[in-house]
Design a protein around this ligand. Structure first.
Ligand code: HPA
Length: 265
């Protein structure tokens, strides 16, 4: 039996076998959103092979249950490329999600903005991405499905529903392009200017490998950034992980409203 099939059996034993309608991955400072789920929380430590989610601001638990009347699977923490040097660090959790019969994935993250009109505290819906980190989570994969098309990697239908939910909540949800930098160092001002010229609207250290893996696994994907700061050199504020964690809850409150409305409608 594959690893993900073994884990799926454990999860079904504890949380029931109804397939989740959505998988959600929570970003830095957004881990508490897992508490929204009415159901079962399974520590990653019980899920053999799961990342240890060693970044502060993440809660390493998988929540399975109901949220606004929908069955969801919420990953309270993620592993990043910069923790392990492995861009496929989230592969097993996403394989588990697919194994549970889920086919839709929503990712969230904290990000730096490159746009004056999307300041800290605001949300940005990813319309597309740039894999600036220069690697790919499918390197080494043998299956021919590795040549995964990414033209509509950010699912137009889910995005339209997220925009409608945001509008109904009175929350601004501009769309933009997210550039994935490896981290863990923040970008230099020159890198931020380069990313801007190349068409990025926000920068961050996650999400893109998960979108690629998600598409590989046949999941329809979308992602929302909580903007915690302006990119390096674009403002006088100091950029730090502490600042990210401090700022994330401001956008998280809006994100929670949008996600609840999205699931309800
Ligand atoms: N750069 C990269 N990742 C981030 C940032 C940033 O400015 N802010 C939050 N996550």
């Amino acid at each position: 039996m594959s690893k993900s099939a073994e884990l799926a059996r454990l999860v079904r034993d504890r949380a029931g076998s109804e397939p989740p309608a959505y998988g959600l991955v929570l970003g830095s400072g957004l881990g508490h959103l897992g508490g929204m789920v009415e159901g079962v929380a399974i520590p990653y430590a019980d899920l053999d092979g799961f990342p240890h989610a060693g970044v502060s601001g993440h809660v390493p638990q998988l929540y399975l249950g109901q949220l606004e009347g929908r069955r969801v699977a919420v990953f309270g923490g993620r592993s990043h490329y910069y923790e392990t040097g492995r861009p496929d660090a989230m592969r097993l959790p996403l394989e588990l999600l697919a194994e549970l019969g889920c086919d839709r994935l929503i990712l969230t993250n904290a990000a730096g903005s490159l746009r004056e009109d999307i300041p800290p505290g605001e949300l940005m819906l990813l319309s597309d991405h740039i894999a600036f980190a220069g690697t790919n989570p499918l390197i080494g994969e043998r299956d021919e499905r590795r040549f995964v098309p990414l033209t509509d990697a950010h699912d137009p239908g889910i995005r339209a529903d997220l925009r409608a939910a945001a509008a109904a909540e009175g929350v601004a949800l501009p769309e933009g392009v997210y550039a994935w930098f490896s981290g863990p160092s923040f970008e230099t001002p020159a890198e931020i200017r380069a990313a801007r010229v190349l068409g990025a609207d926000a920068v961050g250290m996650s999400t893109v490998p998960e979108i690629i893996l998600g598409r590989f696994l046949g999941l329809r994907c979308a992602a929302v950034s909580v903007i915690t700061n302006m990119g390096a050199g674009l403002s006088t504020e100091r950029i730090s992980h502490d600042h990210t964690k401090q700022m994330a809850p401001i956008g998280a409150e809006k994100l929670e409203r949008v996600l609840r409305r999205f699931l309800r409608d």
